[in-house]
Design a protein around this ligand. Sequence first.
Ligand SMILES: NC(=O)c1ccc[n+]([C@@H]2O[C@H](COP(=O)([O-])OP(=O)(O)OC[C@H]3O[C@@H](n4cnc5c(N)ncnc54)[C@H](O)[C@@H]3O)[C@@H](O)[C@H]2O)c1
Ligand SMILES: [Zn+2]
Length: 343
Amino acid sequence: MRTIDIQTDTKSSQILIGESIRQVHTYIPANRKTIIVTDENVYRHYQDQFPQGSVILMGLGEKNKSLQTIEHIFNEFVKHEVDRTTYIVAIGGGIVCDVVGFAASIYMRGLPFGFVSTTLLSQVDASVGGKNGVNFQGYKNMVGVFNQPDFVICDPEMLKTLTDKEFRAGFAEIVKAGAIKNSDFFEYIEEYIPQALQYKPEVMEKMVYHSVLIKSEVVEADEREKGERRKLNFGHTFAHAIEKLTGMLHGEAVSLGMVMASKLSHKLGFLAEKEVNRLKELLVNIQLPITTDIPMQDIFKMMRQDKKKEGETIHLILLEHLGNAIIHPISFKQLEEHLNDLY
Ligand SMILES: NC(=O)c1ccc[n+]([C@@H]2O[C@H](COP(=O)([O-])OP(=O)(O)OC[C@H]3O[C@@H](n4cnc5c(N)ncnc54)[C@H](O)[C@@H]3O)[C@@H](O)[C@H]2O)c1
Ligand SMILES: [Zn+2]
């Protein structure tokens, strides 16, 4: 097992990579009433491994990442006579953890809580950074808080029950972590991806560990160095547009977005073509998409509508090398001139 400690002004949080769900009870203070919140899939697969406690179920999918679900959880909290000494454990993917982190943060002005992250995406991405929240009126993550769970357990064994598609999509964020910050790690992914795809525990543990470490370092650095956190958005400006247009999985859209951003990096003279090809080859080995039929103009239009756009200029994350990202401001006009180069 590997651990990463995250310190904020008010709290410390521990990410436990390679820990088993069966050990959750050891991280909950003794003799505390415990409430577990999970979704139907995770309950079906793992209920026999849950810690002692009452279980609250929530629905599946982004549509349930809503204020209605928060209200449902609060109703259950009232029924179970939850008070400030009650311990809340979310067991699930990014959706369950985002919703429960928010519910626990605001109920009675904050209850103690921890996560068991059960998807690859949530282990490498949603487990760090302290963002919790729900969607509102069609906008993603519009309502929420920053607050760290006491612990996040990332149990690699649990990844075996994910669909192949969900599992592979999670690797997009691992590739992203290497591409923006660590060339050695990128090389490690290239070499060990076949073993990772066969769930080899020590390989999975190392990949999740380094991805979480990179994210936690970037998040910490942002406190001093304004904008550093933006690097985590490598491929994401394109990906968010693609996700909205196609409904494909986040990781699949990130794969396409990273290819587009790296091609643009090459066209603008930052990145060698052979590095673009290395990235593409790795994504192909994971069976993630690197080409799409969606007209580039549609992606561009959707990007312009993105609420995060800063006037006529956006800050795109480009690569100088595999392992080194830069923040590059570019006008929509300039970007439009390069659209045909990004397929
Ligand atoms: N807080 C953050 O910093 C952060 C970062 C990245 C993503 N997110 C959020 O995470 C969400 C996506 O997370 P996700 O991809 O984990 O989706 P998810 O939570 O919907 O999980 C995907 C599917 O896998 C099922 N599942 C979960 N664990 C399983 C397991 N071990 N075995 C079998 N099935 C399992 C779920 O029931 C669901 O159907 C998005 O809402 C996104 O906004 C948050
Ligand atoms: Zn992402």
